[in-house]
Design a protein around this ligand. Structure first.
Ligand code: BV8
Length: 243
């Protein structure tokens, strides 16, 4: 794709679809999506945690153990290879909390919604690396005694200011913005593609299905990320070899 071969500054936004081929359920796929089986209001909001901290802590424990059993897939690996080979500015922004981009070798990943593998104090809001062995569920902060919680952004919570600020800055200054595996429904992350487009970026969507971003996109590559990205990388490599 010509526009990618000549781009000097590329920005990538990924969603749960990038991890689907690793076996991590997406959120909104009809049968298998997390929100088809659970209600976000009961599990992914501060109110849910205040109402039933045990249930929320255990649900995230289930998701953490599932993520601990999977591997990065060819989509994650292709993105890491693309980043290391790209001579210009290349930014990876993810909505995912599974850490699979980092495990595949991606560097400087901007995590908009936190990381499920990190735990923080629900009162001091700082990451807690370790706490005393306990049967308490949830465990309590060793500093202040408040419940510990997953270091993810719940619905109704602000995104990390630095991460969102950097993501907006990079989205507004790239030549090409590529949205991969996201339904484009969750804001403010879903606003980044239109921000990039408004600032002059060429917008590409990689997704087997249409989304609210599809009409905005200059090109839609309809397919699974684990197939499309390795092919895209191979075609970029052969384009570079041509005189
Ligand atoms: C906030 C972490 C404000 C937790 C998540 C307008 C502006 C601002 C906010 C809002 C707004 N309108 C509404 C809101 C509120 C809300 C929101 O956006 N709601 C939506 C549902 C309407 N936003 C918020 O609450 C955000 N906070 O704005 O705070 C504020 C202001 C003042 C004071 C206080 C607060 C916080 C949002 C973050 C929520 N946390 N996750 C956890 O994981 O448990 S969101 C969750 O959705 C994940 O992070 C996920 O990544 C994200 C987006 O979903 P996707 O990644 O896109 O996944 P999805 O399943 O939807 O789609 C997958 C796609 O992949 C599909 O298109 C599918 O076709 C495709 N696919 C499938 N297989 C493949 C594939 N693609 C490629 N290859 C494949 N193989």
């Amino acid at each position: 794709m010509e526009v990618l071969s000549t781009a000097r500054n590329i920005c990538i936004l990924t969603g749960a679809g990038v991890s689907a081929e690793s076996g991590v359920p997406t959120f909104r796929d009809a049968q298998t999506g997390i929100w088809a089986q659970f209600r976000a209001e009961d599990l992914a909001t501060p109110e849910a945690f205040a109402r039933d901290p045990v249930r929320v802590w255990e649900w995230y424990g289930w998701r953490r153990s599932l993520i601990g059993q999977v591997e990065p897939n060819p989509a994650h690996r292709a993105l890491a290879e693309w980043q290391s080979a790209f001579p210009g500015e290349w930014t990876l922004i993810t909505q995912n909390v599974d850490g699979l981009h980092q495990r595949a070798g991606s560097a400087e990943v901007i995590e908009l919604h936190g990381n499920i593998l990190r735990t923080k104090c629900s009162s001091e809001d700082r990451v807690v690396e370790a706490w005393p062995e306990t049967d308490e569920v949830p465990p309590c902060c060793p500093h202040c005694g408040a419940f510990l919680r997953p270091d993810v952004v719940w619905f109704g919570e602000m995104l990390p200011v630095d991460a969102l600020g950097l993501a907006a800055e990079k989205s507004g200054s790239c030549d090409v913005f590529v949205c991969i595996g996201t339904s484009g429904l969750v804001y403010p992350a879903a606003g980044l593609p239109s921000h990039a487009k408004a600032m002059g970026a060429f917008l590409i969507e990689i997704n087997p299905d249409p989304t609210p971003l599809s009409d905005l996109a200059d090109t839609c590559l309809r397919g699974k990320a684990g197939l499309v990205l390795p092919e895209l990388l191979a075609s970029l490599r052969s384009a570079q070899k041509q005189p």
